[in-house]
Design a protein around this ligand. Structure first.
Ligand SMILES: *Cc1c(COP(=O)(O)O)cnc(C)c1O
Length: 216
């Protein structure tokens, strides 16, 4: 399968609508390497993947291209930290102090300085992980000391069932928290809610199906 017809138009359309400083992270999970290659040909370089194994296969398949900008957006399991660090420059889903400490130790061993976004959960949502606001503020002094991690931002997801104005309020709360902590990057917004996230100051919208078409 190659990129569904229309991928080029969807990419141009999204790019035209995104207000700076929002950038497009193309979420390629469930898509094949050829669909990604099409987007690279159109200038897209940043890709988000949530499964290590699947991403590794596509990285091999695209190894002939100029190096791409790979972001890990899935739940990071403790036993996968090393291979994830070896394959991804940016991690969007750091969701606990213990995991961040482990990641810092392994990054130091590997001689890597990954960019890290802390996943926060600012509304009740049993289906998702992430720091609560209080939990993050409590862990913050220790998180700041975790060289060689470069903690640059926050990532969040809206629970299902929120209305658009409630989602926008949630994204604005996340932006305010990032500003309080002096963090620049905001990974917020997916296919169904990126306009609200972009209005709230998102710097990375993570878009899969609205770009590639539905996943297989
Ligand atoms: C799958 C996924 C996305 C993209 O979802 P779409 O609705 O297809 O845009 C974004 N962020 C995360 C964390 C995901 O797992």
């Amino acid at each position: 399968m190659t990129a569904a017809p229309g991928a080029a138009e969807r990419l141009r359309h999204l790019q035209a609508q995104l207000p700076p400083p929002a950038r497009l992270l193309a979420v390629s999970k469930g898509q094949d390497a050829e669909a990604m290659r099409t987007l690279v040909g159109l200038g897209q370089r940043s890709f988000g993947e949530s499964r290590l194994q699947e991403a590794a296969l596509k990285q091999e398949a695209l190894a002939d291209l100029e190096p791409l900008d790979w972001h890990f957006i899935g739940h990071l399991q403790a036993n996968k930290v090393r291979p994830v660090l070896q394959r991804f420059g940016t991690l969007h889903s750091m969701d606990s102090l213990a995991l961040a400490q482990r990641t810092a130790r392994i990054a130091a061993e590997e001689g890597l300085a990954p960019q890290v976004l802390l996943q926060v959960k600012l509304r009740d949502d049993p289906s998702k992980g992430g720091f609560s606001r209080e939990g993050l503020l409590e862990a913050w002094p220790q998180l700041q000391g975790l060289a060689p991690l470069r903690i640059t931002g926050l990532m969040t997801m809206a629970p299902l069932g929120l209305a658009a104005d409630q989602r926008e309020r949630l994204f604005r709360d996340c932006a305010a928290l990032a500003m309080d902590l002096g963090l620049q990057e905001l990974s917020m917004g997916m296919s169904g809610d990126w306009p609200e996230a972009a209005r709230a100051g998102s710097t990375w919208v993570r878009i899969g199906s609205a770009l590639f078409g539905s996943r297989t």
